[in-house]
Design a protein. Structure first.
Length: 278
């Protein structure tokens, strides 16, 4: 056997070995991909997951940030609703500012139940539940405790229930105490004055002390706003708006339970009382 033939044989052997290694690696890669693809995952687990997906509710009632009603924390509620009047730098007079221990001390001395009752039903310029009628009692208590506990107090914070527990419990409570959608529509409906009296009054009444909010019958407050057109005013009132002067309008006045039409009716009422005609 000459030298050339030996080299050919040696080369063929190397090619064969390398080919075998490549094939082996390809097979191993395929097996790993197959094992992690879910094709052989636990059938029972997959079935349970699929069942949960099929029976999942079509939708859940949530706050603007996606948290279901009843499961919102004190911090979430404060930053969504209470902050306008109770923030450290709020300009609203006579409202205790968070972290200002001196302002909260006499209020804390009244006891938690008194604070809760006043916040729940309204007190002086403080509208009931801060204008957010969809707050549950426990959510309101969490918001109060959040402010109190950062302002020299030490009050218990109602815990958010276990997963699913709070949602179902609150849903049942709210369903029993709150009017059905049709009933609520009938109570407020397209009557802008009713919506104004129930929700907008605290910030937009003629005697309101809330800064930067246009007061009803104060035509000068409304002139520039009316000039923007009703569609923009509707958008700001429904979606929320922060003005260039720092004034904050929470979406739907902080009450996500009311309809867009109710908000629009309230805007029309205020405009028509303040030099405009929508």
């Amino acid at each position: 056997m000459n030298h050339t033939t030996k080299n050919n044989i040696r080369g063929s052997a190397i090619v064969t070995i390398l080919g075998g290694v490549v094939i082996l690696l390809a097979v191993l890669f395929f097996l790993v991909k197959l094992a992690t693809s879910g094709a052989y995952s636990n059938v029972e687990q997959s079935t349970d997951s699929a069942t949960e997906t099929r029976i999942m509710p079509v939708g859940n009632v949530t706050m603007g940030d996606g948290t279901p009603i009843g499961q919102r924390t004190g911090d979430q509620i404060f930053n969504k609703i209470c902050i306008q009047c109770h923030a450290v730098d709020s300009l609203v007079p006579n409202s205790p500012k968070i972290t200002n221990n001196a302002e909260w001390a006499p209020r804390i001395a009244q006891g938690f139940e008194t604070l809760f009752t006043k916040a729940s039903t309204g007190f002086n310029a403080m509208p009931a539940k801060g204008g957010a009628a969809d707050l549950t009692d426990d959510e309101l208590k969490r918001a109060i405790a959040h402010m109190v506990n950062q302002s020299g107090g030490n009050m218990p914070v109602p815990a958010v229930g276990a997963e699913g527990e709070a949602a179902s419990g609150v849903a049942a409570s709210d369903t029993a105490s709150a009017p059905a959608a049709g009933e609520q529509s009938a109570s407020l409906g397209g009557d802008g004055k009713k919506t104004f009296d129930a929700l907008c009054f605290a910030c937009h009444s003629a005697t309101s002390v809330i800064p930067f909010s246009p007061k009803v019958t104060h035509n000068a407050d409304w002139t520039a706003r009316i000039a923007q057109g009703k569609n923009l005013l509707f958008k700001h009132a429904i979606e929320g708006y922060t003005g260039p002067d720092g004034g904050v309008m929470p979406a739907k006045g902080g009450n996500s339970a009311i309809s867009d039409d109710e908000v629009k009716a309230a805007v029309v009422y205020m405009v028509n009382q303040s030099g405009g005609k929508f």
